[in-house]
Write a protein that binds this ligand. Structure first.
Ligand SMILES: O=C(O)CCC(=O)C(=O)O
Length: 269
């Protein structure tokens, strides 16, 4: 994994604070990606639970029912952290922790208590914590949303780490983001019932026109803020696209008791 210089750290922090996301090229060793790909293929082929199926989300392009053609298409292998030591090693690796510490520091956790341990980085087992398995044929498109929409923490200040296990392109359904939208306040009327941006509204069309496609090569890592608007297309290639995704928060930013965000304990890095 790539080591950081002081200049790189400052550049990354400024970029992330401005855009709400950061791409670190060639951040993971290709051999690590190969190993993650191998174990993910086995788990996908074995249909190893727990799984979120495309039919469960009913996004554009999803099969209409379990019995319809493609009804058994897996969208994510859930609870990646509990699945295999390889996933655990990636989720807790020192290089990721170091970048996350810098990015959280830049995100000014001023409202978090002064006690330094409150800035320790933890991995949430409740959100993402999955291998995305975007498959040809029956994968869906994900409309514009912020991940914070269903998450309940003291602050909307979490960072997800998206590892491209293989290349991610427009054709196989890579992510797009709208830079800077982690700082935007958006009126509730601009969302639909499922908290996606309503594409029919002129103000949303203007926002979406600023979107950037985030194509990644195998081993690249995308760090993105939980308030950043993002979306993704369907996989129009012939091969499954695998991405390993974990979400992190500072110790002082606690999940709210009794919500989905507090169902499982966070993991200290
Ligand atoms: O790959 C996709 O379809 C998008 C996934 C995503 O945005 C999410 O899980 O929050």
């Amino acid at each position: 994994m790539v080591s950081q210089t002081t200049d790189t750290i400052e550049f990354d922090r400024v970029t992330f604070e401005r855009d709400g996301f950061l791409v670190k090229k060639g951040f993971a060793d290709l051999s690590v990606c190969d190993d993650i790909m191998s174990i993910s293929l086995i788990q996908l082929n074995d249909n190893l639970a727990p799984i979120e199926y495309e039919v469960d989300v009913q996004y554009p392009g999803s099969p209409v029912s379990k019995l319809a053609e493609g009804g058994d298409t897996c969208r994510r292998l859930l609870h990646a952290y509990a699945r295999d030591e390889l996933y655990r090693q990636w989720a807790t690796n020192d290089a990721c922790r170091s970048v996350l510490e810098d990015l959280f520091r830049g995100e000014s956790s001023a409202s978090v208590a002064e006690d330094a341990t409150q800035h320790n980085v933890l991995m949430s087992q409740c959100h993402h914590n999955c291998v995305m398995t975007k498959q040809p044929g029956y994968s869906s498109a994900t409309l514009w949303h912020q991940d914070n929409r269903y998450w309940s923490f003291d602050q909307e200040n979490l960072i997800s780490v998206w590892l491209a296990v293989g290349d991610e392109t427009k054709r196989n359904g890579c992510l797009s983001v709208i830079p800077g939208t982690h700082k935007l306040q958006v009126d509730p009327g601009r969302f639909d019932a499922a908290l996606f941006l309503r594409p029919d509204l002129p103000e949303n069309k203007a926002l979406i026109s600023r979107a950037k496609t985030v194509e990644l090569e195998k081993g690249d890592v995308l760090f993105f803020h939980s308030r950043l608007f993002h979306a993704a297309g369907r996989n129009l290639s012939e091969e499954t696209k695998f991405s390993l995704v974990f979400t992190y928060h500072e110790a002082g930013n606690r999940p709210i008791t009794g919500t989905r965000s507090s169902r499982f304990p966070s993991i200290s890095l």
